[in-house]
Design a binder for this molecule. Structure first.
Ligand code: FAD
Ligand code: N01
Length: 547
């Protein structure tokens, strides 16, 4: 008997994905006593940290903060080696959690969910997997991740390159030896900025193809200090609670003043202080860097000055400096010696706005008037973020409507948790929730807690179906938009806006109203009988009763 044959063909819940969202769901669903199955495309747990094994990959949220908070024992026992954990250690942590809580028997690995269809006659989802199985479930929870649909560059001849090619988001498990090799890397986002310094140390020569320069702050990761770790552990409960109610889910000092409230000298001093501390908390040096163009420009100019100081070749420095979008409106990067790497003799920057890539050939890349010959190519070209992974699944809701059709003009959700017309399908950190604008561990836990409380409620009520109301969804989409356009974020052609994928609608996808404020809204909606959600079932119509 095969593994899946020993599993029930009908369950209460199907979970798609075994990253940090899927693992926490296992813990919660077990607690609720519901029957469930978990499908994972990869051969192991960890999601992002399973797939993104490129050299230099690490967290840019402090290790003490980027971890689960749901078991005090776990957070007391686990020890991080550095202030910002490297990818192998985060993956080890995910595996530790899976083993410690005996989660693996619930997960079916190497199993891609290809399709999910809601049957209105039975109020159940029919979920098809790559193993040829169809599973029936009352609820389907998409724990599929926001950054889990990697994109290769759409460049003529991309398939023709004769040497090995590597996408940062699908890095080989056995690692890659670039020693002595001529390597080309396309992209200068967060992944590239982490990978470039490490690859440059190993490769014979590295050529970086940059389309848009990025702002990056030194991460300044250090070995974990015992006293620092102890202080965190002694205060974990209180700090975690504070984090849940902050703007971005982090325990960082956030200034209460505008950059315009201080003298230029004081502003410079504060930026210097943040630069010296390192990491993305640079963006909380003042309270209006995301909203006030002048304050933002002061921060951007400070970083430009740093790049000019670090990079010796003036022309290269100018090419590395972002000038036409506000700092932070494309995901701010955290690096370890990124700009310094351009001072190496074996590294060259090609600005493809000056020397466009014409095509990839079997031996290299033709850009401008030059042919660059390579032994290997790295695509650090990012993801079809937030919606890509969901839309790669053939999802059909009421009346056979596909999610692709419904989201043709951009994602539409209520709270980033559900989308009208697709009953009983939840998304963890879906578009319209703070997700990628936050410490995702905090947002993942909040969503998983909310969804499992909701399932417990439905079970208690005897309701079979929960569905977002269209009017509530429309109001939420309008709110998400309104809040976004009060900030500088829409000014950048970022993946937050869908701008990195040709033809993708330009909609600001995450909710920027803040992790704490968002949590309060979700809690208030649940307390009001799941306002804005319709519920149906043999015994209760909770949503209707609350009207
Ligand atoms: P994922 O980890 O993406 O897991 C989703 C899982 O679902 C994957 O394993 C995938 O294989 C599986 N899946 C998807 N579709 C299907 C399908 N159809 N069938 C079966 N399985 C499927 N966040 C931070 O807060 N701080 C950071 O420092 C940070 N660093 C990051 C660095 C990188 C390189 C990347 C790419 C992201 C980073 N993030 C960071 C965001 C990160 O994605 C989240 O922190 C978190 O790991 C997401 O967990 P998840 O379980 O929701 O999704
Ligand atoms: O992807 P990206 P990523 N020709 O989309 C370029 C998280 N993360 O994997 O900017 C040439 O940011 C593209 O250019 P442009 C984090 O949330 C976190 O680096 O579109 N270039 C860009 O430079 C992050 O934001 C960490 O003009 C092409 C790059 O490729 C998210 O994951 C580390 C191209 C893609 O950058 C995604 O990061 C890593 C083409 N055809 C990731 N297509 C932490 O440190 C694309 N590009 C926490």
């Amino acid at each position: 008997m095969s593994k899946s044959e020993s599993k029930p063909a009908a369950v209460d819940v199907v979970v798609v994905g075994a990253g940090f969202s899927g693992l926490y769901l296992i813990h919660k669903l077990r607690g609720l006593g519901l029957s469930f199955r978990v499908f994972e495309a990869g051969s192991g747990v960890g999601g992002t940290w399973y797939w993104n094994r490129y050299p230099g990959a690490r967290c840019d949220v402090e290790s003490m903060q980027y971890s689960y908070s749901w078991d005090p024992q776990l957070q007391e026992e686990w020890r991080w080696s550095e202030t910002f954990a490297p990818q192998p250690e985060i993956l080890k942590y995910a595996n530790h959690v899976a083993d410690r809580y005996d989660m693996r028997p619930h997960i079916e690995f190497n199993t891609l969910v290809e399709a999910a269809e809601f049957d209105e006659a039975t109020n159940r989802w029919s979920i098809k997997t790559s193993q040829g199985e169809t599973v029936s479930a009352r609820f389907c929870i998409m724990a599929t991740g926001c950054l889990s649909a990697p994109r290769a560059p759409e460049i003529e001849g991309v398939e023709s390159f004769a040497g090995p090619t590597y996408h940062t988001g699908q890095w080989p498990h056995e690692g890659v030896d670039f020693s002595g090799k001529r390597v080309g890397i396309i992209g200068t986002g967060s992944s590239a900025i982490q990978a470039i310094p490490v690859i440059a140390e190993q490769a014979g020569h590295l050529t970086v193809f940059q389309r848009t320069p990025n702002y990056s702050i030194p991460a300044r990761t250090t070995p974990m200090n015992d006293d620092y770790e102890r202080e965190w552990k002694d205060n974990y409960a209180a700090r975690r609670e504070i984090m849940r109610h902050t703007a971005a889910g982090n325990f960082y000092e956030r200034a209460a003043i505008s950059a315009g409230d201080v003298t230029p000298e004081e502003r410079q001093r504060i930026f210097e202080e943040r630069w010296a501390i390192g990491g993305t908390r640079f963006m909380t040096a003042f309270n209006d860097l995301a909203t006030n163009a002048e304050s933002n420009e002061a921060a951007a100019e400070f970083v430009r000055g740093k790049i000019r100081e670090i990079v010796k070749d003036k022309a290269t420095a100018e090419r590395l400096i972002a000038k036409d979008y506000p700092i932070g409106t494309k995901r701010i990067c955290a690096d370890s010696h990124y700009f310094e790497t351009y001072n190496r003799d074996n590294v060259r920057l090609v600005d493809i706005t000056e020397e466009p890539i014409h095509r990839i050939t079997p031996t290299g890349v033709v850009a401008g008037a030059e042919t660059h010959e390579f032994d290997a190519l790295v695509y650090a070209t990012g993801f079809d973020a937030m919606t890509g992974t969901l839309l790669r699944i053939d999802i059909k809701g009421r009346n056979g409507q596909t999610l692709n059709d419904k989201w043709e003009a951009g994602p539409r959700t209520y709270l980033g948790l559900m989308t009208a017309g697709f009953p009983n399908m939840f998304m963890i950190t879906g578009p319209g929730s703070p997700s990628v604008l936050s410490n995702m561990m905090v947002s993942i836990e909040q969503h998983v807690d909310w969804v499992s409380d909701c399932l417990a409620n439905l079970t208690r009520q005897g309701s079979e179906v929960i569905e977002a109301e269209l009017a509530a969804e429309d109001a939420w989409v309008a709110h998400v938009n309104e809040v976004a356009y009060k900030t500088l974020y829409p000014k950048a052609a970022s993946w937050y806006m869908g701008a990195n994928v040709e033809g993708k609608p330009r909609v600001f996808m995450p909710y920027i109203g803040g992790v704490g404020a968002y949590r309060d809204k979700c809690d208030a909606i649940a307390a009001a009988g799941y306002k804005g959600f319709l519920m149906q079932g043999p015994r209760a119509a909770v949503g209707a009763a609350a009207e």
